[in-house]
Design a protein around this ligand. Structure first.
Ligand SMILES: [Zn+2]
Length: 242
């Protein structure tokens, strides 16, 4: 029994050392499979040409647009270009601008996004009519103008079934209030006294020289608290001011 146990012990020892000495073969590292990028199919020459033309057309400003912008800068209007607006159903502005200030430091409230020509008409009307009229009739400096609406993708007077509004093309602006030095405010919809009446009549009449549509209190039920001005183009240069 004892001898048998020794044999087993020896045998076990031998087995152990035999295993320790045998080198277990380590598998060779496989080469890493790098992904070779497959080139995308190249667009055809015609496609490249068409896309280039499209981009140029979208970015290129007409000479008229460039002239308008330089006039705005010279007038002292503070503005910045805005990305083209492509709205539904004909809404949109090809080269919109956002006006943040009018000449002579006159403030303009709200987000004023319009086409350049609308901004130029507003600027001219402000400096040539509103500023002098405020001095003449109200004996005050004009400090600010509050607009009630500029770009808006909607139908005329927001009535269904009517034509697209000039607001939807960046051609219109609604003016509701004037601010004067000293903190006085003048609402288009609530004029008090002779001087204020004269001021409002003067600037409303003058607006027809800069805009092609002038509406306001008394025109219809939609314009009792603001002036609507736009630069709609009509046959034979017809203007609609009432
Ligand atoms: Zn309007």
């Amino acid at each position: 029994m004892v001898a048998g146990l020794v044999v087993i012990a020896q045998a076990t020892g031998n087995i152990g050392s035999a295993y320790a000495e045998t080198k277990i073969p380590v598998p060779k590292a496989r080469p890493v499979l790098t992904k070779i990028p497959v080139p995308r199919p190249r667009p055809t020459a015609d496609k490249i040409k068409a896309e280039k033309k499209k981009a140029e057309k979208a970015e290129k400003m007409s000479a008229e647009e460039l002239t308008c912008r330089s006039k705005l800068r010279r007038a002292g209007v503070k503005f910045k270009p805005v990305k083209p607006i492509h709205g539904k159903g004909g809404c949109g502005i090809k080269h919109p601008i956002s006006i943040t200030g009018l000449p002579g430091g006159t403030k303009l409230s709200g987000k004023t996004v319009v086409a350049c020509a609308t901004g130029l008409a507003l600027s001219d009307w402000t400096t040539k009519s509103v500023v002098p009229a405020a001095k003449k009739y109200l004996k005050k400096e004009l400090t600010g103008i509050d607009q009630y609406a500029t770009y808006d993708c909607r139908s005329r007077n927001s009535q269904s079934g009517t034509k697209l509004s000039e607001h939807a093309k960046g051609n219109a602006i609604d003016i509701g209030r004037f601010h004067l030095a000293g903190g006085d405010k003048l609402e288009v919809g609530s004029v008090k006294g002779k001087a204020q009446k004269k001021f409002m009549k003067s600037i409303r009449d003058a607006a027809c020289s800069y805009f092609t549509t002038v509406l306001g209190p008394g025109s219809d039920i939609f314009h009792n608290d603001h002036f609507h001005f736009d630069i709609a183009k009509r046959r034979r240069g017809y203007r609609y001011c009432r």
